[in-house]
Design a protein around this ligand. Structure first.
Ligand SMILES: Cc1cc2nc3c(=O)[nH]c(=O)nc-3n(C[C@H](O)[C@H](O)[C@H](O)COP(=O)(O)OP(=O)(O)OC[C@H]3O[C@@H](n4cnc5c(N)ncnc54)[C@H](O)[C@@H]3O)c2cc1C
Ligand SMILES: *[C@@H]1O[C@H](CO)[C@@H](O)[C@H](O)[C@H]1NC(C)=O
Ligand SMILES: *[C@@H]1O[C@H](CO)[C@@H](O)[C@H](O)[C@H]1NC(C)=O
Ligand SMILES: *[C@@H]1O[C@H](CO)[C@@H](O)[C@H](O)[C@H]1NC(C)=O
Length: 534
């Protein structure tokens, strides 16, 4: 009975690759024929193409979603210009094949290249659409969705070393998905989220049209700046406002063990970090029995030292901790801990498929007591324990109103928590048991009703859509959607979706459902004055 694992794997691979074409429907064949009229054959990859697997794997970050059991796409459209994206939408709608759009491939649940439900789909890969055009005088840039944030940082600094952009820490994150979900990072306290700095965008809608901000209207432009990727269309390009940074910034990392006072320092950090000068961001990584304070100050060591000694003497920071460098180097330092890498390292898109991870997120509005931290720290003991990253809010990110963008975690938020479990080989059961237990333990300390979460730290455990009558039901979406966006923003997202894509073509396990207001509801919500005029 026992089949060696290797043989079972080989058999499974064979079943998948040998029978995949037979499983495809007639619609799939029509879809491919339709595409081949507009997309050159070298950009249209089917499982029979020699480069299919390597292109599919190229930006996958998580080996959990690259197993023989993962649903593979019918084909990959490696778009080289906007017309290929339009063709994918038009052919997909005509023949009933849905699309997954992938920019950087960093989605925590792999939704940009896999389907959890057994349905046929195609991937539109935007990695080839990654031009960055900086207007130095205006301090703006147009950046294509397929660029990484590292490519954007590099292009901005190359045009002018004092130009930068507030976005995530990891340079390989794709602009398309990252901006679609918000974009939190080391400069959000000074300059807000990525989406707070988006001025315009071009998008291919469900009819295959290309719309800019003016043509799409303010509701859709609002929705795409944080309402989550994959719901409203395919964003091709974004116009952003670049921000000014000093020629030299100061980074420092200070580690404290529990014996060295980590618990007191973290307890104080909770209300201190969101209230520090906007130029100073101190985030915390808690792992093993240590807290690592990773910091970026938009200024010199001389300016920083008095701030640290008066506000946070518990860290015991001295001049020896300061590392002055360009802002571009600080990105590499904070991401990898190494100094002296050339700026070009930000252009490296290679990802590694060695570590399996599962992440979840929370927000904290009320500081957790010292006694509670004493109960939290023991969770970070043992071989299956993961880590958490605490990202302070306050400053500019919290000055913007909750409804100004779909990202609602603004005023009153002290910090975001990212829970991370990781493993290699088959350590998955212990690691996921750890993260589930820890997440449930933390429930008492974090936001409630709903327990908030960050859409860019996507987590399918918090809910998945149900399809009723051919479209995603609003009620099934509310379960997870109100946690990511808050009730008011989620409703506005769903109404916008109902206007732009009522047939729910752009759909995945956590896409915004269309809420189509019936004439009765419309007359309720429109004012008496408008009714008179009609
Ligand atoms: C190592 C790592 C570090 C991270 N660090 C941070 C961080 O510091 N701050 C932070 O905020 N987040 C961070 N994230 C999360 C990251 O912001 C999200 O995973 C983001 O969605 C990734 O964008 P992407 O283009 O790489 O992903 P993809 O997997 O390509 O896309 C993500 C989602 O958006 C959709 N989508 C992609 N492109 C488009 C498009 N052009 N138009 C419409 N929809 C689209 C996809 O279909 C999918 O649903 C990190 C993730 C990883 C893996
Ligand atoms: C896009 O690519 C197609 C080839 O598939 C080409 O015919 C077309 O001219 C290109 N369009 C633009 C705007 O470059
Ligand atoms: C979880 O977060 C870590 C740190 O940002 C990241 O390296 C990892 O890829 C994330 N997990 C998933 C599933 O992407
Ligand atoms: C790019 O990154 C990968 C993975 O981190 C690494 O192995 C490789 O050496 C890097 N390549 C260059 C040219 O730096």
């Amino acid at each position: 009975m026992a089949v060696p694992a290797g043989a079972a794997l080989a058999l499974l691979l064979c079943v998948l690759s040998c029978y995949a074409p037979a499983l495809s429907s007639a619609a799939a064949g029509d879809f491919l024929r339709c595409l081949s009229a507009s997309v050159p054959s070298q950009l249209l990859l089917t499982p029979a193409s020699p480069s299919f697997t390597s292109v599919l794997a190229s930006s996958i970050r998580n080996p959990r979603f690259f197993t023989p059991g993962t649903m593979r796409p019918l084909c990959i459209v490696a778009a080289a210009n906007a017309s290929h994206v339009q063709a994918a939408v038009l052919c997909g709608r005509r023949h009933g094949v849905r699309l997954r759009v992938r920019s950087g491939g960093h989605d925590y649940e792999g939704l940009s290249y896999r389907s959890v439900r057994p349905e046929e789909f195609a991937v539109v890969d935007l990695a080839g659409l990654r031009f960055v055009r900086v207007d130095r005088a205006a301090a703006t840039a147009w950046v294509d969705s397929g660029a990484t944030v590292g490519e954007l940082y590099y292009a901005a600094a190359r045009a002018d070393p004092q130009l930068a952009f507030p976005a995530g820490v990891c340079p390989t994150i794709g602009v398309g998905g990252h901006f679609s979900g918000g974009g939190i990072g080391m400069m959000m306290r000074k300059h807000g989220l990525s989406v707070d700095n988006v001025l315009d965008a071009t998008l291919v809608d469900a009819s295959g049209r290309i719309l800019d901000r003016k043509a799409m209207g303010e509701d859709l432009f609002w929705a795409i700046r944080g309402g989550g990727g994959g719901s409203f269309g395919i964003v091709l390009s974004w116009k952003v406002r670049l921000v000014r940074v000093p020629l030299r910034v100061t980074a420092f990392t200070i580690q404290k063990t529990v014996a060295q006072g980590a618990i007191d320092a973290v307890t104080k950090w909770q209300t201190l970090a969101p209230a520090l000068p906007d130029e100073l961001t101190i985030r915390v990584v808690i792992q093993n029995q240590q807290a690592r304070f990773q910091s970026l100050y938009l200024g010199t060591c001389d300016q920083l030292l008095p701030v640290m000694s008066s506000r946070f003497p518990e860290l015991g920071m001295t001049r020896a901790d300061c590392r002055e460098m360009t802002w571009l180097q600080s990105v590499l330092y904070i991401n990898s801990g190494s100094t002296g890498q050339p700026g070009e390292a930000l252009l490296n898109r290679t990802t590694s498929l060695s570590t399996f991870t599962k992440n979840k997120s929370d927000y904290v509005k009320q500081a957790i007591t010292r006694e509670s931290w004493q109960k939290i720290f023991p969770w970070f003991n043992g071989p299956s324990a993961g880590l958490i990253i605490l990202e302070p809010h306050g400053g500019q990110v919290s000055r913007i109103a909750d409804g100004d963008t779909p990202y609602p975690h603004r005023s009153g938020v002290l910090y975001n928590i990212q829970h991370i479990a990781f493993w290699s080989g088959d350590g998955g059961t212990a690691a996921t048991t750890w993260i589930n237990g820890f997440y449930s333990f933390m429930g008492q300390f974090v936001t409630k009703n709903p327990r908030a979460a960050y859409v860019n730290y996507r987590d399918l455990d918090i809910g998945q859509n149900a399809v009723v009558g051919g479209v995603t039901s609003y009620d099934s979406g509310r379960v997870w959607g109100e946690r990511y966006f808050g009730a008011a923003n989620f409703k506005r997202l769903a109404i916008t979706k109902g206007k732009m894509d009522p047939g729910d073509y752009f759909r995945n396990e956590q896409s915004v459902p269309p809420l189509v207001q019936t004439p009765k509801q419309v007359s309720h919500t429109s004012s008496r004055h408008e009714n008179c005029c009609l």
